[in-house]
Design a protein around this ligand. Sequence first.
Ligand SMILES: NC(=O)c1ccc[n+]([C@@H]2O[C@H](COP(=O)([O-])OP(=O)(O)OC[C@H]3O[C@@H](n4cnc5c(N)ncnc54)[C@H](OP(=O)(O)O)[C@@H]3O)[C@@H](O)[C@H]2O)c1
Length: 285
Amino acid sequence: MAIQLEGKVAIITGASSGIGAATARAMAKAGIDVVLVARRRARLEEVAKSVRDLGRSAHVIVGDVSDMRHVAAVLDEAENHFGRFDIVFANAGYGMERPVHLMEDTELRAMFEVNFFSSVALLRESAKRLCAAKRPGHLLMCSSCLSKFSMPNLGAYAASKAAQESICRAMRFELAADHIEVASVHPITTTTEFFSESSLRSGTQGASIPEHAPKWFIQSPDRVADAIIACLRRPRSEVWTSRIVRLSSALFTAFPWMLDMVLRREAKRPSRRRAHSPKATAKVP
Ligand SMILES: NC(=O)c1ccc[n+]([C@@H]2O[C@H](COP(=O)([O-])OP(=O)(O)OC[C@H]3O[C@@H](n4cnc5c(N)ncnc54)[C@H](OP(=O)(O)O)[C@@H]3O)[C@@H](O)[C@H]2O)c1
């Protein structure tokens, strides 16, 4: 039987744009109240307004997820405001397109801090609180289809997403007896600010990925949000939004030479061979 979502409370990080904002609206439509977390207050307030327009409550928390003190503060504030939380979606993250050998160690660590360590910290602390209160819950992390197959210039990002998937799989079974569901979300190319932000951080010029990706490989953030709602209703370990990419990733795992063939051809495309500046011009540190 499908789980009823009406009246539940969800915490979403990276809720100021893209997949996080779309998920907040989809959750509101499903009857869920939301706590929205990110660094840009004005953008969070816009999302909060759209949630309230849909008839649900929204509470905004401004902060950087890589500040570990923030984790307990976010959960405390959610509990103070709504009395509890039931769902946590660790979605904040970013990418960088750069060959691994041209990345600074600090850049690599900063990416893992946001994409991996902050997501793990949030889900761990959430799990501890849900277990202590003996309450069921649903914990999700926004990974990527690249968790299954790395690509040139996206090696560090893919590694952070593979680490997320790996830890979600273990947590899912560690927490099963406590009635806490855990899932990783694996979007394909999604039309969000991700690519402009990534290009800014990478110091790359030229077409962003959606411009040279095949049309069937591009989707809207609403599509990802709908798949997340479906998972909340009928829990599963991985949320996928493209059957063809999911099947391809299974083939690539079984026959790695197939992936090598695809990547060799991809590496020859001029847009893939563009110069990568060793210094990023990131918007944020
Ligand atoms: N777009 C894609 O093709 C794609 C594909 C697969 C997976 N994903 C994953 O989807 C997730 C959401 O990305 P998106 O596509 O929706 O991109 P987006 O529109 O750029 O959203 C990223 C969100 O993360 C927040 N964020 C980034 N760093 C943060 C930090 N240090 N502290 C707090 N918030 C932070 C941003 O908010 P502020 O800037 O306001 O802090 C923003 O709300 C990411 O984990 C990404 O890896 C995206």
